[in-house]
Design a protein around this ligand. Sequence first.
Ligand SMILES: [Fe+2]
Length: 136
Amino acid sequence: MIIWREALSVGVDLIDTEHQELIRKLNDFMEACTKQSGKDKILETLSFLKSYTVEHFSDEESLMQEVEYPDYPVHKQIHDGFVNKVEELERSVLEKGPSVLSTIKLNRLLVDWLINHITKTDVHIGEYIKNREAAS
Ligand SMILES: [Fe+2]
């Protein structure tokens, strides 16, 4: 279970709220996995992610463009990579049915995204905005 903490804060309310929603979903999914019902929950989680990531990434990307964030192209590429992985996993689950391996893959993807991407990539947007405001 991932608990929201200050280290996960980007410092932009909208983005933090959306990340909290994603963490809630990941926790729901992890809980289902511990109750051996991850396979039942995987398609629902994937379809939530497909629509929610479009909204969330486009909010983050608009913010980056608005503040003329220099690392925008690289960050956008990472987002596109996540979207592709979610779509790929959904396709495979639809074709072959849910499996233990697919639930492990989704868990890994979500943890990588929510922990690594937020703490190593998203937080820099907040830092950039803070420095920009301090300089103006
Ligand atoms: Fe991001």
